[in-house]
Design a protein around this ligand. Structure first.
Ligand SMILES: Nc1ncnc2c1ncn2[C@@H]1O[C@H](COP(=O)(O)OP(=O)(O)OP(=O)(O)O)[C@@H](O)[C@H]1O
Ligand SMILES: *[C@@H]1O[C@H](CO)[C@@H](O)[C@H](O)[C@H]1NC(C)=O
Ligand SMILES: *[C@@H]1O[C@H](CO)[C@@H](O)[C@H](O)[C@H]1NC(C)=O
Ligand SMILES: *[C@@H]1O[C@H](CO)[C@@H](O)[C@H](O)[C@H]1NC(C)=O
Ligand SMILES: *[C@@H]1O[C@H](CO)[C@@H](O)[C@H](O)[C@H]1NC(C)=O
Length: 401
């Protein structure tokens, strides 16, 4: 009897002890969760502050028309979109960081750029340009949808452009149909138009600073979309590059900027000149097969211009489809863009206008079916023509009247 009730109380106290332990475990687990959440939230806030989030808020307060226009993405939103920045979502790695493909909850496909660390002294300008760029709507500029400042480094979210880079199309996918001259002129005109727009038509001039064919993306209708506007200079310098203040890509770099470290609108013009020569010759900016001074495509081209043998370095498709006169006109424009002295180069506005005129007068080779297949704009939906330039639009409406 006695032992029985002793046993009972022993069991009871045993139960209450284990209940107590269980309660303790549960509360400490919950406490741990809360602390972790708070810590994470604090860290996100700290990152947000360090990445210029408060500057962004100040800008919004100063100009009420901005509210809601620069879209701030949360870190969890972007983690979800990229499956936690999964390796197999990587689209490419550049000098400035890694680009991931992602899908937002609303189904939009985006490219998310995880840049290297932004130089803190340039944070204000970085935020300024993000605010302006996210308001730019130009059909030949990759649309910046917004950014995320809650992460270790700022993330830039832009629309996804499906058909790869102009570089790949010119130099890598050589088993595909070569791009027609008509298409090359169109791409050049579109890129020049986008650059002229950002140099002259935005509230502050925005220079690209890293024009090259890997930054020219192609959409499903073969329209050119310029990516990576302005952001290259905000990336903090690698330890290894401390000796130079110059940022850009070898082969496209304005020699004047290289000497003075002073970036001007004409530095973009120089890089565009290299792209133009790349389109005419189908050659890489730095050759793998030429040597000495000819390794640089710009020098190779300028030497050929001087010796009046420039037609000999043009791409076969270009020679086949263009008249000598119009090709020399484009080459002459490229030569002026590549003038060693910036002030002698044309402005991007002048370049865009001249290219538009050349493109308008170019009659796509009507003998193309006999001279072998190339990809032509005529193969594409009519809307491409209608939208490709304002001049063309008025031209079209004149015909229909
Ligand atoms: N909006 C986008 N849509 C689709 N693909 C993209 C987009 N942005 C970038 N990419 C892809 O990611 C790759 C890397 O882009 P990124 O701009 O980081 O590198 P880069 O242009 O080669 O070098 P850099 O960083 O020096 O400009 C590009 O080559 C392109 O293939
Ligand atoms: C774009 O890419 C898709 C898929 O890679 C391909 O099917 C399509 O033909 C391409 N379009 C053009 C214009 O190259
Ligand atoms: C560059 O090419 C031109 C024309 O082919 C040639 O005359 C010149 O010698 C070349 N220069 C070098 C350094 O190879
Ligand atoms: C640069 O432009 C000036 C003025 O048009 C011209 O005199 C000079 O020859 C050009 N230089 C080169 C290398 O083309
Ligand atoms: C088309 O080819 C024919 C015969 O080869 C030639 O006479 C004609 O000039 C060509 N037209 C154009 C625009 O190249």
């Amino acid at each position: 009897m006695l032992t029985n009730s002793f046993l009972m109380s022993l069991i009871r106290s045993g139960i209450s002890i284990s209940m107590g332990i269980l309660l303790l475990v549960i509360t400490s687990y919950l406490l741990y969760k809360v602390i972790k959440k708070t810590k994470e939230m604090r860290q996100r806030k700290r990152f947000f502050k360090r990445n210029g989030g408060l500057l962004l808020k100040q800008q919004e307060e100063a100009d009420s028309s901005l509210v809601g226009k620069t879209i701030l993405f949360t870190s969890s939103e972007l983690e979800k979109a990229t499956n936690n920045f999964n390796e197999n979502r990587i689209l490419g790695r550049g000098g400035q960081g890694t680009v991931y493909k992602g899908m937002l909850v609303d189904g939009r496909i985006v490219a998310i750029k995880k840049s290297k660390v932004v130089d803190e002294s340039q944070l204000e300008q970085f935020i300024n340009e993000v605010v302006i760029l996210s308001q730019v709507n130009h059909r030949n500029v990759v649309k910046l949808l917004g950014c995320c400042l809650e992460t270790d480094v700022p993330l830039l979210v832009s629309e996804f452009i499906p058909n790869g880079t102009l570089y790949d199309r010119l130099h890598i996918e050589i088993d595909e149909l070569p791009i027609s001259l008509n298409m090359r002129l169109q791409i050049a005109t579109e890129v020049a138009g986008a650059l002229a727009y950002l140099h002259y038509a935005t509230s502050i001039p925005i220079y690209h600073r890293d024009i090259k064919t890997t930054n020219i993306l192609l959409d499903d209708k073969f329209r050119a979309k310029v990516s990576d506007f302005g952001t290259s200079r905000f990336v903090a310098m690698d330890q290894t590059h401390l000796t130079t203040l110059v940022k850009g890509t070898f082969g496209y770099l304005d020699p004047e900027y290289f000497q003075s470290s002073q970036f001007t609108e004409k530095s973009d013009v120089y890089s565009f000149g290299v792209v133009l020569v790349e389109l005419l010759t189908g050659e890489r900016p730095i050759s793998l097969t030429r040597f000495g001074e000819n390794r640089s495509l710009a020098t190779h081209f300028m030497l050929a211009m001087e010796d009046r043998r420039v037609m000999s370095i043009f791409d076969a498709t270009v020679i086949k489809e263009g008249t000598r006169n119009e090709l020399l006109e484009v080459a002459n424009l490229a030569m002026r863009c590549l003038n060693l002295t910036g002030k002698y180069r044309p402005t991007m506005k002048e370049v865009a206008t001249e290219l538009e005129t050349i493109r308008m007068s170019h009659i796509p080779d009507i003998n193309q079916s006999t001279s072998g297949p190339t990809m032509h704009a005529e193969d594409l939906p009519v809307s491409l023509y209608g939208e490709s330039s304002s001049i063309f639009l008025s031209f079209n409406s004149n015909i229909s009247q």
